[in-house]
Design a binder for this molecule. Structure first.
Ligand SMILES: Cc1cc2nc3c(=O)[nH]c(=O)nc-3n(C[C@H](O)[C@H](O)[C@H](O)COP(=O)(O)O)c2cc1C
Length: 210
């Protein structure tokens, strides 16, 4: 029995395109894998430890190979709990809106907690990065109000998908399956409806064999 961690990032409930795509994916997945466990985290509801003060100091202690003070360690335990929960999954499903050409701040906060040396990545002898969360599939449904096709001037504004590929690749997710729901706003309601129908159909197909 595999555990799927579903990380939902849109706070828009039923109006969300990324959530609808991820849920179509998961419905198909559930049908194909009825015994698997699906744990959902909504990042706008989840309590995340602040990543400043002693927690931040603890990160620097690790990078500088120094000991933690009691206060640093206590704050770090909260960070470790989030990382542990994340790493306990076998498979990952994310639904991520584009906000200001990038990801919503709650996901950035979550990433700042997750991406830690010795926990989710390590520095190699050659000074490169090596991901430590490896061999686990990931599906990401990305929604955007506009469209950012390759080879157009708009592509350079997309800091959502390239950033997710870079940061998740760094911790070991080298081949995430990314589905785009776009344009959900800029080209009007008919284009948005078509974007949704296309995304849901693709998500359903992809969910059958994940
Ligand atoms: C704060 C905020 C910033 C946004 N910035 C952008 C943007 O830079 N580019 C874009 O194409 N759409 C932008 N949008 C539109 C969303 O990407 C679009 O509504 C998308 O469908 C949101 O995902 P959701 O439907 O899953 O919530 C923004 C929306 C919000 C709320």
């Amino acid at each position: 029995m595999a555990k799927v961690l579903y990380i939902q990032v849109s706070p828009r409930g039923e109006r969300s395109y990324s959530t609808a795509a991820a849920e179509a994916f998961l419905a198909a997945y559930r049908e194909a894998n009825p015994n698997d466990e699906i744990q959902k985290i909504n990042l706008f509801d989840k309590e995340l430890p602040p990543f400043d003060g002693p927690a931040l100091q603890a990160k620097y202690n690790i990078m500088n190979r120094e000991d933690h003070s009691e206060e640093d360690l206590a704050a770090w335990r909260g960070v470790e709990k989030i990382i542990e929960e994340f790493k306990s999954a076998d498979k990952y499903v994310l639904s991520v809106p584009m906000w200001n050409f990038n990801i919503p701040y709650r996901l950035k906060h979550y990433i700042d907690i997750l991406v830690q040396p010795t926990y989710t990545f390590q520095v190699t002898d050659q000074g490169g990065y090596e991901g430590l969360v490896t061999g686990k599939p990931m599906f990401i449904a990305c929604s955007r109000g506009g469209a950012y096709p390759e080879g157009t001037g708009a592509e350079a504004f997309d800091h959502q998908v390239p950033y997710l590929r870079t940061i998740l690749g760094m911790i070991g997710f080298t081949d995430p399956k990314i589905l785009l729901a776009e344009p959900t706003l800029a080209a009007g309601p008919d284009a948005a409806q078509k974007a949704k129908e296309d995304a849901l159909a693709k998500a359903e197909e992809m969910g059958k064999s994940f």
